[in-house]
Design a protein around this ligand. Structure first.
Ligand SMILES: [Zn+2]
Length: 312
């Protein structure tokens, strides 16, 4: 790594730390009552709609979120690979579900952990709910020549720890591309981010979004590397795999969001009291299922199905 790059990483780290402190300050003042989690068995017996599946994780500790995903997969008889990791940085369990056949693999990732003190609905139970319902929808008729892998990772909030272990300890040569779902429960436009370079996979994703009627720079956006918000895809991008973040945002907030994500410290200070949606609840006690939108998760599902269909 060049000196310039490492200094830049330190700057990102410090900026991230500062924003985290600001978030903590904002949360400390928060009087929102905690979410009472719904019993896991009740969720398992209930609806398969993504927003219903959010309750599998919402309001639970990270250990309980992790075991709830495994319990759900077992109860629904979905075979999965358990990838357990442990290091000085922490430990946890990633769960991988493969569908279909073929030598090439499209990897869709959603982390199951949350930051302590947040019910973690939009970050990231909505994404887990979307992937779980996608598994059910595609299990009967998976794509003929492509393998889909759904990966539920642990410890994303600790600098993508689960994904970093997974990427290092499994074969990534077969991956055509990676999308990491983050904040997919609020908004009406799709953002593909950390997409600085044109790649065949990025072209496929853009074409897929256009095939369902989305228009570039209005109902979908492709943006470069975002300084402070990262996600699990970065663990794969570091190994040379085309890997992007996949997020939904309200298009009405596009300009406020642009300012917020590109100058997070100034943005966070300016928006300490009122950050733009969806960052107003991000990492706070207010990130609850009741704030999520059925139309947002429906759009995310439609977009992902289009991407799956478009991978050659
Ligand atoms: Zn997240």
């Amino acid at each position: 790594m060049s000196r310039g790059a490492s200094l830049r990483d330190v700057a990102f780290y410090l900026r991230g730390r500062l924003t985290k402190q600001l978030t903590r300050l904002a949360s400390a003042r928060d009087r929102t009552p905690p979410v009472v989690p719904v019993p896991v068995d009740e969720v398992i017996r209930g609806s398969r709609a993504p927003l219903a599946l959010v309750r599998l994780l919402e309001g639970r500790s990270n250990a309980d979120r992790e075991s709830a995903v495994a319990r759900y997969l077992r109860a629904r008889a979905v075979p999965f690979a358990l990838h357990r990791f442990a290091s000085g940085e922490g430990s946890g369990e990633n769960f991988g579900v493969d569908l279909g056949a073929g030598e090439r693999v499209l990897l869709l990732v959603a982390h199951h952990d949350a930051v302590p003190g947040s019910p973690g609905a939009n970050d990231n139970a909505a994404a887990v709910g979307i992937l779980l319902s996608l598994i059910e929808r595609l299990a009967a008729a998976p794509p003929p020549k492509l393998r889909l892998r759904f990966l539920f990772t642990a410890a994303e909030e600790r600098a993508y720890l689960g994904a970093r272990h997974y990427a290092r300890e499994t074969y990534v040569g077969e991956l055509v591309g990676v999308l990491s779902l983050e904040l997919c429960g609020i908004g009406d436009s799709v953002v593909i981010w950390d997409a600085a370079d044109e790649t065949p996979f990025l072209r496929t994703v853009s074409a897929a979004l256009e095939s369902i009627g989305l228009a570039r720079d209005t109902s979908y956006h492709v943006v470069g590397r975002i300084p402070m918000f990262g996600s699990d895809h970065r663990a794969f991008a570091a190994l040379g795999v085309p890997a992007y973040g996949f997020t939904l945002v309200p298009s009405a907030n596009a300009e406020a969001l642009r300012q917020f994500v590109w100058s997070p410290v100034r943005g966070a200070l300016r928006h300490l009291i009122r950050r733009p949606v969806p960052f107003d609840t991000y990492h706070t006690p207010r990130d609850r299922g009741s704030t999520l939108e059925a139309t947002a998760v429906a759009l995310a599902l439609r977009a992902l199905e289009a991407v799956i269909a478009a991978v050659p």
